[in-house]
Each structure stands twice: as structure tokens, then as C-alpha cells.
Design a protein around this ligand. Structure first.
Ligand code: ADP
Length: 591
């Protein structure tokens, strides 16, 4: 996995590109609105100065009333226009830039999730990065960056125009206004760095919280916890983790509140100084009383706009760091070169597994050790072994989902790699013990394995019939939580088998396909599956050795190694591991 690191400008460009692609009209309205907001203080300062002078003039003599009314009218008109624009922009910002854009970012993450190599899902570093990217999308940070950068530019215009007005009254007031709010920038910058450090370090805890929440809310785990009366324990664990996460952020928020208080005090001090300076200018008759009011208003306005500007600027590095994680996740690469040189590979005659070793990321020992075997077209082999011997791991290697750490898998002499795995998997029909229970219709539960055939009612019914499933009506809604039908574990497994049967392919992988069935139903279904496998190549994985009588070759796995290989009869005669497993299980059937 190669993580790309981007600088602030590269991230900002990416944020703009995504926002303009997702919501171009809302983005334009947002920009226009803040442009007007930026110009407003300068326009108002000019109009107010005129109005104060007119007011002062009308106190002294007659004839200023008309100008006073005109100035008042203009101020109202400007406010009205800006208000209307603000209303429209508020809708565009909330519905477009925040809501629609956030959905767009989540969609991008979902698309990326679908493309992650299967083995990468074992990498906790990647899972943490994904959690941070998810956090960034959910907290709408990309929309915030877009908005604050727009406000940032327009506030800049605002500041420049107020500075030009204020500088015409007194040059001194400009640096005082800016310096009095500069601490806001440093405070935000420092706290922002800390917030990012804390939050990004919490990705693992957040994943733990997600997992505990899932345990606390899913039906199966709730049942087990009710029986074992462990819900309180799990809930306490969730609460403690959540409190730790929240406390670290609360501590940082308290520090931020303290620094904000100090910054506000300096700002007020600056304001007081400006009043003294402006008063001195009035006393020196350098400015009129009317200009005094405008001068103070312009000073306050400069302070506020500069404060917002500096706060946004100080916050930007923190936001960009979060967005950097989002884009780093979206643009993660896995061995792109290999991807380019892949052609489609197919199984027609032979699959060869040569010296395959496999170790899960972060583990200290190999799960599969030096595995060698081959399977010819039309052959049926069984892989047996005790729990944990490596059967399921081997099936994932055969499917090209996990790349071996050493050794290779060849299909008709071509190397099966993770990138070419997809073209091989198109030839495979899989029935796995960890099947999915889709809360969709029965049609979708069966037909999802071959979408092109989804509307083929006859085929769906036939698959259900062959899998000995009790249901037939394709429109039956499944899953009680969504107003549908609920089934037992075994009944769900029959639907999963129907799904495998529905996908008519030449290479079958059956990974403990009957694990949730009682022995009668199991024998019945195994017979169907073996019939179905008759003209196909099949790999049947099971910890039950009883079905091995029906396959031509049996591979016995022990601690990740093939310890025996041969037919049922040969292996029984050998009196080794297979014979031991067979006798062990036979004892139970003889009871
Ligand atoms: P089987 O299917 O024979 O029961 P598996 O292939 O599921 O065995 O597991 C083989 C070994 O690999 C076990 O010791 C198990 O603990 C380990 N293992 C399985 N999945 C993972 C994983 N995701 N990460 C680390 N180790 C794993």
C-alpha cells in the first residue's frame, strides 16, 4: 500500500475540484454571497460617514434632511439586497455545499471501499486511515474548507476595503486593529495542530467504538448478551472508551476557551485604544464628530473581519490535515504496475498450487506452509482438517483474494495474482460458510450472484428447489427488521446455497456449505451439491470427513501444511491424520 502525501495547495485544489463537480450552482452562489459580504463593510462605512455628517449638519442648520433620508434609504437598500442574497446562499450552502457535497464525499469513500484489495482489510493502519477519512466526510470538513476558503478570499477583500477607509482617518488605527486580533491566529493554529493530533490518534478507539456499538445493537449479539447477561459489561466498555475519547477533546476545548478569552481581552484593549486615538483626532479637529463614529465603526469592523480571517487561516492547516487523510485514502494505490500488465486469465485444464506460504499481516507465523497440489478440469477434491488448520485461508488464496507471501498459483500455466483474480472469479461459483443475509427480496438474495439473470423467475425457483429451500416466491421480502420474513440459520444457509447454484459456473468452491444444517438436511443437500458438481471442477472444504468418500482426492491440512493426500480408501489404509479424523467423527455417528 502506497500512501500519497499532499501539500496544502494540492489538497485545496482537490477540495475545489470535488465541490465544483458535486454542486456547481451552490458553490457559485456561496462565492457571490461572500463576495458581497466582503464588500459590505466598506460600502457601509462610506454610507455611514455620509449619514453621520448629514445628521450632524441637520443639527446645525436646515437642508440636510434630504441627504439624511437618501443615505438612510441607501443603507436600507444595501442591507435588503445583501439579506436576500444571503437567504438564497444559505439554502445553497446548507443543502448544496454541506448536505449534497457530504453525500458525494461519502459516495467516493464507498466506491473506494469496494475497490480495496481483500487482504488490505486485514491492515489496521489502512483501517485507521479509512476511519479518519470517514470522520473527515462525516464532520463535513471538506465543505468547511471550501466555505472558509471562500470566506477567506472575500474577507480579504473586505479587510482591504476597510483598511483603505480607516487609513484615510488615521494610519495608526490600521496596525492596532490588526495586531489586536493577531493572537487569534496563533491560538487557532496551535489548538488546530493539537486537535488534529488527538483526533487522528483516536481512529483506532473510534473503530473500537463502532465495533462495540455493532455488538450492542445487532440482534444476534444482543441475544447472546441477554443470555450471558453481559450487555452491561460491553456497554460499560463502550462508555469508558467513549468517555476517554470525549475527555481528550474536552481538555483541548477547555484550553481553546482559555486562549480565546485572552485573545478577546487583547481585542477589547485594542478597541479602547482606538477610541482614545479617534477622540484625540476629534480634539485636534483632524476629523469631524461624524467621521469619529464612522472611524470607530470601521475599526470594529476591521477587527471583526480580520479576526474571522485570521481564525479561518489558523484553522486551515488542521482542516487540510484531515482532508489530506481523506484524499490519501481515496488515492491509495496497490501495485499499479502489476495491474497494468494483467491480461484475463482463465481456468480450462489445470490449477497448480506451488510452494504456497501465507502469513496474515501483523502475524508472527505462517498460516499456510509450503502447500503444493494441483487440480485438473472436472476433478473434485476435498480439503479437510481440524478448525484452524488453514482451509478457509487456502480457499481465499485459490480465489486470488489473498496473494501468497511465497510460492504461486497457476491457471493453465498463467500466474494467478490479486489483479487477475477477478477474471478467474468470474468462472467460479462459491458457497461459503460466512454467507450474507441480504435484507432484500428472495429474488435478490438468490439472483445477486448473477445479476444478468436476476429477472429469470424460473431459474430462481429452480435454484431454491435444488437447495431444498422452503421459500419459492421471488418477491418475498427477507429480514424482519425491514418488515420481511425471518428464517433460521439453516434456512438462510439453504438460500445461500441456492445463490451458489444460481451462478452456473465451471469451477465450484464449497467452503463448509452445510455448516448450519442438521445432519439429515446436510446429507440431502450435499448430495445435491455433488450432483451439481458432477460435470464441473470442484474444491470442497469441510471439517467433516464423511463427504470425502465421494471425491477423487482428499487433501488433509494440519497446522497449515498438507500432511496427507489421496483417496478416501488410500488415506484410511494409511492410518494417519485422515484416519484419525474419520474415526474421531465416526464415533459420534455411531453413538
Ligand atoms: P480453518 O478454515 O481451517 O478453520 P482458517 O483458515 O480460518 O482455518 O484459519 C487458519 C489460521 O489462521 C487460524 O490459526 C486463525 O487463527 C488464523 N487466521 C484466520 N484469519 C485470520 C486473520 N484475519 N488474521 C490473522 N489470523 C487469522
Amino acid at each position: 500500500m502506497k500512501r500519497k502525501n499532499y501539500n496544502g495547495a494540492q489538497i485545496l485544489i482537490r477540495v475545489y475540484k470535488q465541490t465544483l463537480r458535486a454542486v456547481p450552482v451552490s458553490a457559485a452562489l456561496g462565492i457571490l454571497n461572500y463576495l458581497m459580504q466582503g464588500l459590505l463593510p466598506a460600502i457601509l462605512a462610506g454610507l455611514l460617514a455620509g449619514m453621520y455628517d448629514a445628521a450632524e449638519g441637520s443639527l446645525r442648520e436646515k437642508g440636510f434632511e434630504g441627504k439624511l433620508l437618501q443615505m438612510g434609504g441607501m443603507i436600507l437598500a444595501v442591507y435588503g439586497a445583501v439579506y436576500l442574497l444571503q437567504l438564497a446562499a444559505n439554502v445553497a450552502i446548507n443543502a448544496g455545499i454541506y448536505e449534497t457535497c457530504t453525500s458525494f464525499h461519502k459516495l467516493k469513500l464507498t466506491e473506494k471501499n469496494a475497490r480495496i484489495p481483500f487482504l488490505a482489510l486485514e491492515d489496521s493502519g489502512l483501517l485507521n486511515l479509512r476511519r479518519r477519512a470517514q470522520d473527515c466526510a462525516e464532520r463535513e470538513i471538506l465543505s468547511q474548507i471550501f466555505m472558509s476558503s471562500v470566506v477567506f478570499v472575500t474577507n480579504g477583500i473586505g479587510i482591504a476595503s476597510v483598511i483603505s477607509v480607516l487609513a484615510s482617518y488615521s494610519l495608526w488605527l490600521v496596525p492596532i486593529a490588526v495586531l489586536s486580533v493577531l493572537p487569534f491566529f496563533y491560538a487557532r493554529l496551535t489548538r488546530g495542530k493539537e486537535f488534529y493530533r488527538i483526533r487522528s490518534g483516536q481512529a483506532r478507539e473510534n473503530r473500537k467504538l463502532d465495533d462495540l456499538w455493532r455488538i450492542l445493537t445487532t440482534k444476534e449479539s444482543v441475544k447472546e448478551m441477554r443470555v450471558t447477561q453481559s450487555a452491561g459489561y460491553v456497554f460499560d466498555k463502550w462508555r469508558r472508551t467513549r468517555d476517554e475519547v470525549a475527555e481528550a477533546l474536552r481538555r483541548e476545548n477547555r484550553k481553546e476557551a482559555k486562549s480565546c478569552f485572552s485573545c478577546e481581552s487583547i481585542k477589547i484593549l485594542g478597541y479602547c485604544v482606538s477610541i482614545f486615538i479617534a477622540l484625540a483626532l476629534v480634539l485636534n479637529q483632524e476629523i469631524s464628530i461624524g467621521v469619529f463614529g464612522a472611524c470607530i465603526a470601521a475599526f470594529a469592523s476591521l477587527q471583526n473581519t480580520a479576526k474571522n480571517f485570521l481564525m479561518d487561516l489558523g484553522k486551515l492547516p488542521e482542516q487540510l490535515s484531515f482532508a489530506g487523510d481523506y484524499f490519501a485514502y481515496l488515492e491509495l494505490e496497490w501495485n499499479e504496475q502489476a495491474e497494468k500488465r494483467i491480461e484475463n486469465i482463465r481456468f480450462t485444464k489445470k490449477m497448480e498450487v506451488k510452494n504456497v506460504c501465507f502469513r496474515y499481516p501483523g502475524c508472527e507465523r505462517d498460516t499456510l506452509k509450503d502447500v503444493n497440489f494441483s487440480i485438473r478440469e472436472g476433478e473434485k477434491i476435498a480439503i479437510v482438517g481440524e478448525n484452524g488448520s488453514g482451509k478457509t485461508t487456502l480457499s481465499k488464496i485459490l480465489l486470488g483474494l489473498y496473494p501468497p507471501n511465497a510460492g504461486e498459483v497457476f491457471l493453465d500455466g498463467c500466474l494467478l495474482e490479486k489483479h487477475s483474480g477477478q477474471s478467474f472469479r468470474e468462472q467460479v461459483s462459491l458457497v461459503s460458510q460466512d454467507f450474507v443475509r441480504y435484507a432484500l427480496t428472495l429474488r435478490e438474495n438468490v439472483g445477486i450472484s448473477d445479476i444478468k439473470e436476476l429477472s429469470n423467475d424460473a431459474k430462481i425457483r429452480k435454484a431454491l428447489e435444488r437447495a431444498k429451500a422452503e421459500l419459492r416466491d421471488p418477491e418475498t421480502q427477507m429480514g424482519k427488521a425491514f418488515g420481511g420474513l425471518e428464517l433460521s440459520g439453516g434456512q438462510w444457509q439453504k438460500i445461500a446455497v441456492a445463490r451458489g447454484i444460481f451462478r452456473e459456473r465451471g469451477f465450484l468452491i464449497l467452503d463448509e456449505p452445510t455448516s448450519a444444517l442438521d445432519s439429515l438436511a446436510e446429507a440431502d443437500l450435499l448430495r445435491t451439491l455433488l450432483e451439481m458438481a458432477e460435470d464441473k471442477t470442484a474444491v470442497i472444504i469441510s471439517h467433516r470427513v464423511s463427504l470425502c468418500r465421494f471425491v477423487s482426492r482428499i487433501l488433509v491440512l494440519k497446522d497449515g501444511r498438507i500432511c496427507e493426500m489421496g483417496s478416501h480408501r488410500e488415506l484410511l489404509e494409511k492410518r494417519g491424520e485422515y484416519a484419525r479424523l474419520y474415526m474421531e467423527q465416526k464415533k459420534w455417528y455411531d453413538l
